[in-house]
Design a protein around this ligand. Structure first.
Ligand code: 2IT
Length: 449
């Protein structure tokens, strides 16, 4: 590998030895940039990459809250404002007990490239807390969110940093956080958060956007291969918001999602998660807070596989849509052995780097990277910000049309970027290069700081 790239990766490895997820994403992204760095010596001259792998700022804060029994708890809150060269920092908040700086930093780094790919004016950020929402009452969630926002509000704003949801943070949490922000600021600045409820400035289609966008991206890939989405079977993971959106759009287009997963195992539904009742049940499973996918098997009489992941199931398309590092080498080998042709990442970094390389090397297999495939979520957040700043509400058709166009553009830009550097049909490298290019141009133009 190019000596400059190796030295930056080495620097990150030694400095972040106890943050393996962050090291992993840096290695994955930078290894795609070799031809770009060789063609543009000015980046090395300005040592651009060392600055790109360092967040502009990252901070922690104390979040104290009272449970229903009158006991006090203290969690850590995080916000990483990774790169603001092309717009206000933008990215979700994750509430999950395993959250630590390595998770927030990896998500923030991915977000920089993803947001750039959307073509919209949004920089990259991420945040969250090690708070575990499982089993918490509504009152406990509200008090936690209020306390979280009391600590964060002075560091965010519609032109500064615009958080949204991620795992453990949905419309309910965003509502409680926005209420607290409004009370503290004494102003209706609703562009400060996205993923809001429709009644106070949320965008239509935002809840569906990540899943819809992923399916629009998939359609582009299938078209490239001369295939149609109709009749395709899709293996998904998780049963959260993203998988729900994939089920809805796949059903509309005549495809079917046949697997869902949870911490307890996976379910296989050969008829597909295709009826209104089944799709609505995913929302119910999520809001129950039980975090069990077995409930679906019990309700609809399908098979449940305790403690297993769905990657052994034969399907036309595999869409890991649950969490990071869900697919390791063993699962990747299984997926390849099943003759899967389309491996479409959806969750942020769902594949370990060795498994990703292995899948990309399989003859005939097409691999699409999450930072492109799931970018419809944050892109629609940017559309929500645009509506808020214009004090307008766009129709469902208008938002969906723009989302669809953005996904087509992301796909086309990725294909073009890979071709420009003679990398062939490489959607992974193409997304990294296209995302990099815009942020690099902006950073170079704004001088070294
Ligand atoms: O990973 C992601 O892109 C998100 N969680 C959504 C971020 C956003 O600002 O909508």
């Amino acid at each position: 590998m190019n000596a400059y790239l190796s030295s930056v990766i080495e620097h990150v490895r030694s400095r972040h030895a106890n943050e393996p997820e962050f090291v992993q994403t840096v290695e994955e992204v930078l290894s795609s940039l070799e031809p770009v760095i060789e063609k543009h010596p000015e980046y090395e001259k300005a040592d651009l990459l060392t600055r790109m792998v360092e967040p502009e700022r990252m901070f922690t804060f104390r979040v104290c809250w009272e449970d229903d029994n009158g006991n006090w708890h203290t969690n850590i809150g995080y916000r990483c404002q990774f790169n603001g060269a092309i717009g206000p920092y933008k990215g979700g908040l994750r509430f999950q007990k395993n959250v630590y700086p390595g998770i927030i930093k990896f998500l923030g780094f991915e977000q920089v490239f993803k947001n750039s790919l959307t073509g919209l004016p949004i920089g990259g950020g991420k945040g969250g807390s090690d708070f575990d929402p499982a089993g918490k009452s509504d009152g406990e969630i509200m008090r936690f969110c209020q306390s979280f926002m009391q600590a964060l509000y002075r560091y965010i704003g519609p032109d500064v940093d615009v958080p949204a949801g991620d795992m453990g943070v949905g419309a309910r949490e965003i509502g409680y956080m926005y209420g607290e922000y409004r009370r503290l600021k004494g102003a209706f600045e609703n562009g400060v958060l996205t993923g809001k409820g429709f009644s106070y400035g949320g965008s239509l289609i935002r809840p569906e956007a990540t899943g819809y966008g992923a399916v629009y991206y998939l359609e582009n890939v299938l078209k490239h291969e001369g295939e149609d989405i109709k009749g395709k079977t899709i293996a998904c993971a998780g049963f959260g918001n993203v998988t729900w959106g994939i089920c809805k759009k796949a059903t509309q287009l005549g495809a079917k999602v046949v697997t869902l997963s949870g911490p307890d195992g996976y379910i296989y539904d050969p008829d597909g998660v295709t009826t209104d009742e089944k799709i609505a049940y995913l929302v119910e499973m999520r809001s129950s807070g039980r975090n069990r996918v077995q409930d679906y098997a019990d309700k609809f009489g399908v098979q449940f596989f305790p403690g297993e992941k769905p990657w052994g199931v034969k399907a036309d398309v595999v869409m890991p849509s649950a969490m990071q590092n869900d697919v390791h080498m063993d699962q990747a080998k299984q997926i390849a052995a099943n003759g899967v042709k389309y491996y479409i990442e959806v969750a942020n970094m769902p594949t370990t780097n060795d498994a990703l390389r292995f899948l990309m090397d399989q003859p005939g297999m097409i691999v699409a990277p999450s930072k492109a495939v799931n970018a419809g979520g944050v892109a629609t957040s940017a559309l929500e910000m645009a509506q808020n700043s214009e004090r307008l509400v766009w129709t469902e058709e208008e938002v969906d049309k723009q989302l669809h166009q953005i996904m087509d553009t992301i796909y086309n830009m990725s294909v073009a970027a890979a071709e420009q550097y003679d990398l062939g049909y490489n959607l992974v490298a193409g997304a990294n290069i296209a995302g990099f290019q815009r942020v690099a141009d902006a950073m170079m133009a704004q001088g070294i700081f």
